[in-house]
Design a protein around this ligand. Structure first.
Ligand SMILES: *[C@@H]1O[C@H](CO)[C@@H](O)[C@H](O)[C@H]1NC(C)=O
Ligand SMILES: *[C@@H]1O[C@H](CO)[C@@H](O)[C@H](O)[C@H]1NC(C)=O
Ligand SMILES: *[C@@H]1O[C@H](CO)[C@@H](O)[C@H](O)[C@H]1NC(C)=O
Ligand SMILES: *[C@@H]1O[C@H](CO)[C@@H](O)[C@H](O)[C@H]1NC(C)=O
Ligand SMILES: *[C@@H]1O[C@H](CO)[C@@H](O)[C@H](O)[C@H]1NC(C)=O
Ligand SMILES: *[C@@H]1O[C@H](CO)[C@@H](O)[C@H](O)[C@H]1NC(C)=O
Ligand SMILES: *[C@@H]1O[C@H](CO)[C@@H](O)[C@H](O)[C@H]1NC(C)=O
Length: 777
């Protein structure tokens, strides 16, 4: 038996050999983005054929041959998104870019991929009860909703995708169940049911990348299956919409009933991410997957993969998301795992709901006792500890390294092949966890986990380095392991230095509940401000993303596993969006987003401000509007809605000209408003990236609740005078809208160049509609 945990956040497995073969021409794959089709939202097959033909004609006019164009185009997006993916020479791409019908052309790039307790923590359940006021009850657990997931595919046999208790597949569903091949060329066994109603895979973009980079695949069938060999897609989709599975635990920890955010929802898996040669998801495949999801009829899209910090229309995920939004489908995406570096945030388009990651109040702990009696608390999901009262000698990697390994690398255990495992017998290996890519290191650690050995013969103590500080992860391993923080690491090293024969003991791991403080912002969660558009706060929201238990690949011993990342927090919010759509089918994606953001909390379970892992008070650049509160999001009172027109105005502020915007708008003429600025973009949070003296912000609130009068209160920003006009708004029936202005004026003699934070809240006494404000002085 061997536990294999693949990397939780990135696809960083390279199990195949790269054999170099000669390339023939310097061609690259590109996306040519042409906006929207002029056919309606429900294209016939004749419409689609016409669109594809027009793509052949269009490219043919550049290549002087339609046949050549047909060969070069590997995706024709002919349903909702207008454009195609093709292999082209750079010269050709440059020519095409000049054409007035082209909104953008960009290289097909590889984008990275980024249980049970968490729903209790979010208030949807109380122990094994579901409170009456829970959004779960109100929204029938997401019954009737279809959640699509763009990811690494699916392990359909997981119990989380059992269709027990589900009615017939909704008749509006137009998706398919695409089976494929195993590595050996046999049927891959992919099947759908009344829960998992759609499965597709998209690999032409990946194939182009492989071709152009001289890689070879492990098998000619490798890109022909939606089966998930990484685990990421199965974990995320079961988090968003997994069915109830009783008595789930990881090696007995975190014991409970596993379920997704919308447990009665239908789910559909769109595999666009491949651990095979390109090691990620290409723009071309992402666009194809989102286009299919829109066309199949999903209600929510969850996308736990990274875009890059590139302009919105040079980016497959953002292009796909805006077309989904225009069809009323909310897109929820992960913020990225590059925190705590400022401005590391990804998926920042304003039409995306961008989700950061935070901890929950459950920890998996094991204790390290040093020979001097000192007790240190670490994180672990190890099935075993050392026998009681036994102390093993502590050794550093450098002391047991292979002859060709450097002491530094060995101390970091950055690759377990650097360690002479024979010498580990009866010892506890101390490994220093480094900043860069703790995930890779973790995967390498899995190599240590050789459970073919009859008994445990060694253990591992992982120590965070100074930079990582308090970020400790519970690793699922079958040998004694504990991950301690930097300060405790200092005690450990001081002890090692103080004695000739340092020893320690590791206890069995156990689950602790109601740990405090919680939530905390996860260290890895990517941070704002957003580089691309600093006048919008990103992330939008934070949700549980640390040590989340959800479905695993078909290992009978480990049907569930823990994972950490914004990839895990994203499907939590996608599940909640599913519930809100069930409850309010008429709300726009922006109204749902507003409801989630304005009802979020900035306080932890002890009513103290949410902190990060360094106990520093978190800001909107860490958690956006705060930590999600699904029950309150069901009834926000008011929303900041955004229409398609608002988004077109936004595109004007980004410098897209009217020709491009009208192409995007199905060819309808569009005129950018003369006076519109980003200060008037009706976003549910407020950011001013450069407050030179004073600025006036306009916002528009829409009533989605009872009639009533709302009064504003302001949470002060240091050094800024905030005036709201009017201070009171009275709403009649549902749908009634009112605008208000916020004047932000910088005080004299303030220190410039730094951000200050505050907020404003509209309240009728029972609803509290809060927007964070971030201002750079
Ligand atoms: C592919 O191989 C050819 C010939 O060996 C080489 O010239 C080319 O640079 C390689 N391309 C890449 C992307 O490695
Ligand atoms: C918009 O941009 C395109 C391509 O950059 C250009 O050809 C066109 O003339 C521009 N249109 C206007 C109205 O500026
Ligand atoms: C839950 O799982 C444990 C361990 O697999 C098993 O011993 C126990 O009987 C199960 N309980 C129920 C209620 O199924
Ligand atoms: C799991 O939970 C069940 C029911 O609450 C309990 O009886 C059982 O002992 C638990 N198992 C473990 C391994 O904690
Ligand atoms: C490190 O972990 C210990 C638990 O052993 C905890 O008491 C301490 O506060 C942590 N260090 C910091 C800086 O938070
Ligand atoms: C332990 O000793 C090493 C080298 O002898 C030194 O670099 C390190 O700072 C010491 N650590 C502590 C915590 O005293
Ligand atoms: C901020 O605005 C002022 C005045 O509008 C301008 O001079 C300055 O360059 C701007 N600074 C930045 C960083 O955009």
């Amino acid at each position: 038996m061997r536990i294999s945990i693949l990397s939780s956040v990135l696809l960083c497995i390279s199990v195949f050999s790269l054999i170099h073969t000669p390339a023939f021409a310097i061609k690259k794959s590109y996306i040519v983005y042409l906006g929207s089709h002029s056919h309606g939202s429900d294209p016939t097959s004749a419409d689609q054929k016409r669109a594809t033909d027009s793509h052949h004609e269009f490219l043919g006019s550049f290549l002087r041959c339609k046949e050549k164009a047909k060969q070069s185009i590997f995706y024709s997006y002919n349903k909702h998104i207008n454009g195609f993916a093709a292999t082209l020479e750079e010269k050709e791409a440059e020519e095409i870019a000049k054409h007035p019908q082209v909104i953008s052309i960009f290289e097909n790039k590889i984008r990275q991929l980024h249980t049970t307790r968490s729903w209790d923590f979010l208030g949807l359940e109380k122990g094994s009860d579901v409170p009456l006021n829970s959004l779960w009850k109100k929204a029938s657990f997401g019954d009737g909703i279809i959640i699509g997931n763009i990811d690494t595919g699916i392990w359909p046999e997981s119990e989380s995708f059992s269709d027990e208790g589900m009615g017939p597949v909704p008749s509006r569903w137009r998706g398919i169940c695409q089976s494929g091949m195993t590595e050996e060329g046999l049927h891959d066994g992919i099947k759908c049911n009344r829960k998992l109603i759609g499965i597709r895979y998209f690999s032409k973009g990946a194939e182009e990348k492989i071709r152009s980079s001289n890689m070879t695949l492990p098998s000619m069938y490798s890109l022909l299956t939606a089966r998930d060999f990484n685990g990421h897609g199965t974990h995320t989709l079961s988090t968003a919409g997994g069915n109830f599975v009783a008595n789930v635990s990881v090696l007995g920890y975190g014991n409970g009933t596993a379920k997704g955010g919308s447990p009665q929802a239908r789910v559909a898996a769109y595999k666009a991410c491949w651990q095979e040669a390109p090691n990620g998801c290409t723009d071309a495949d992402i666009i194809a997957a989102i286009e299919a999801a829109i066309s199949d009829g999903v209600d929510v899209i969850s996308s736990s993969l990274g875009d890059q910090q590139v302009e919105y229309f040079d980016n497959g995920a953002a292009i796909g998301a805006i077309h989904a939004m225009m069809r009323g489908i909310p897109v929820v995406a992960s913020a990225g795992n590059d925190g705590p570096t400022p401005s590391s945030i990804l998926n920042t388009a304003p039409w995306i709901l961008t989700v950061g990651a935070s901890t929950i109040d459950r920890e998996f702990v094991s204790y390290v006792t040093l020979g001097n009696g000192k007790l240190l608390q670490g994180a672990s999901l190890s099935s075993i500890g050392l026998p009681p009262q036994t102390f093993y000698p502590l050794i550093m990697g450098a002391d047991v390294r292979m002859p060709d390994a450097s002491p530094e690398d060995a101390n970091h255990c950055s690759n377990f092949k650097l360690i002479d495992r024979e010498k580990l017998e009866g010892k506890l290996l101390v490994c220093i966890v480094k900043q860069e890519n703790p995930t890779t290191q973790t995967s390498s650690l899995q190599e240590a986990d050789d459970t073919d050995m009859p008994q445990v013969r060694y253990g591992i103590i992982m120590v965070s380095d100074e930079e990582i500080g308090n970020d400790v992860r519970a690793e699922l391993m079958s040998l004694p392991i504990s991950h301690i923080n930097f300060t405790d690491g200092e005690s450990l090293f001081a002890y090692i230095n103080s004695t000739k024969n340092p020893v320690a003991h590791i206890t069995n791991a156990k689950t602790e509940f109601n740990t405090k403080p919680a939530p905390m912002v996860a260290r890895f969660s990517s941070r704002g401000p957003c580089k691309l558009e600093p006048n919008i706060i990103k992330p939008d929201i934070t949700a549980p993303g640390v040590n989340i238990i959800a479905a695993n690949l078909g290992d009978p011993n480990f049907p569930y596993k823990t994972n950490s990342g914004t990839s895990m927090s994203c499907p939590h919010v996608a599940g909640i969006v599913g519930l809100l759509k069930t409850l309010h089918p008429d709300w726009t994606p922006s109204a749902i987003k507003s409801a989630i953001m304005t009802t979020a909390t900035t306080e932890d379970t002890s009513s103290c401000p949410i902190v990060d892992l360094n106990n520093k008070e978190a800001t909107p650049f860490d958690y956006g509007s705060g930590h999600v509160r699904p029950d309150l999001a069901a009834d926000p009172g008011l929303v900041y809605d955004l229409t398609v027109g608002d988004y077109l105005n936004f595109l004007c502020t980004r410098g897209y000209n009217e020709t491009a915007i009208s192409l995007f708008y199905s060819g309808q003429p569009f005129v950018c408003p003369k006076t519109f600025s980003l200060a008037d973009f009706n976003y549910p949070s407020i950011a001013v990236a450069n407050l030179s003296d004073s600025v006036t912000i306009t916002r528009r609130l829409k009533n989605v609740g009872e009639p009533g009068t709302y009064k504003v209160s302001v949470q002060e920003l240091a050094g800024v005078l905030v005036q709201v006009e009017p201070e009171s708004l009275t709403f009649g029936k549902q749908g009634e809208e009112h605008t208000f202005k916020v004047v932000l004026k910088r005080n004299d003699n303030v220190q410039l160049g730094r951000y200050v934070f505050g907020g404003l809240t509209w309240s009728d006494g029972s609803h509290h509609v809060r927007s964070p404000i971030a201002v750079k002085l």
